[in-house]
Ligand binder design. Structure first.
Ligand code: DX5
Length: 227
């Protein structure tokens, strides 16, 4: 499936009501959401557990939208095939979690999925220089992974520009730049201004002050301000 173009607000279902996941996803889709992220956590790479393959399959069955599996798991190479089979359009793995990042990213593409690599706040952009030609997307974490509802770490933002420089230095086509964690009405425009074009938002969509649709539209407007 083609990656949705332009600046995209992509709801993270981590913050959704899992007792009525399909309803929450439908509400976001009716509001215009074209991309959803499923946070997968193993309790080892991050100090939390969340979603697995049954939820991935249920999510796939509930939407035609672009589905992004964010694997916050140790040695993600073990789970690439199962998440591709579960219907992920894009699989993102952490630079810090993969013992063989080049091999794992190559395998994601061999499986027919788009490939993403994620960087924790303390991980320099330079650590992925040798695999930028293998990815469709770089996820710049704006919180320490493991939990929704955290505060956006603003000093991470210059990393987006550094990644753009590394991509340009290698003569590669621009990669999609995704931020994840603490994205809200205040931080969304900052992220776009710094170079992000995919904004993952969980709490601010599913646990905001308005309805899911109102929250989603408010974020879209906030992100579009500085375009
Ligand atoms: C952290 C998770 C969160 C989630 C979005 O491991 O990846 O960043 O997707 O969280 P909030 O609620 O901050 O949008």
């Amino acid at each position: 499936m083609r990656i949705p173009e332009g600046v995209v607000i992509a709801p993270s279902v981590l913050a959704a009501d899992y007792a009525r996941l399909a309803d929450h996803v439908r509400e976001a889709e009716e509001a215009g959401a074209r991309w959803f992220q499923l946070d997968v956590m193993d309790g080892r790479f991050v100090p939390n557990l969340a979603a697995g393959l049954p939820v991935a399959r249920a999510l796939r069955a509930s939407t035609e939208a672009f589905l992004d599996a964010h694997l916050m798991v140790h040695e993600p190479g073990r789970f690439l095939g199962p998440f591709a089979d579960a219907g992920a359009d894009l699989i993102t793995i952490h630079q810090e979690a993969s013992l063989h990042l080049h091999r794992d990213l190559t395998e994601i593409r061999r499986l027919g999925c788009r490939a993403g690599v994620a960087l924790n706040p303390s991980t320099p952009a330079e650590t992925i220089g040798e695999v930028l030609h293998l990815v469709d997307l770089v996820l710049v974490m704006t919180v320490n992974p493991g939990f929704g509802g955290q505060k956006f770490i603003r000093p991470v933002l210059p990393k987006l520009g550094r990644i753009q420089e590394l991509v340009a230095e290698r003569g590669l086509a621009p990669t999609r730049l995704q931020v994840d964690g603490g994205v809200d009405l205040e931080t969304a425009p900052l992220a776009v201004e710094a170079g992000a074009d995919v904004l993952i938002a969980g709490s601010s969509v599913f646990r905001g002050t308005g309805t899911v649709a109102e929250n989603f539209h408010a974020l879209q407007s906030a992100a579009a301000i500085r375009l």
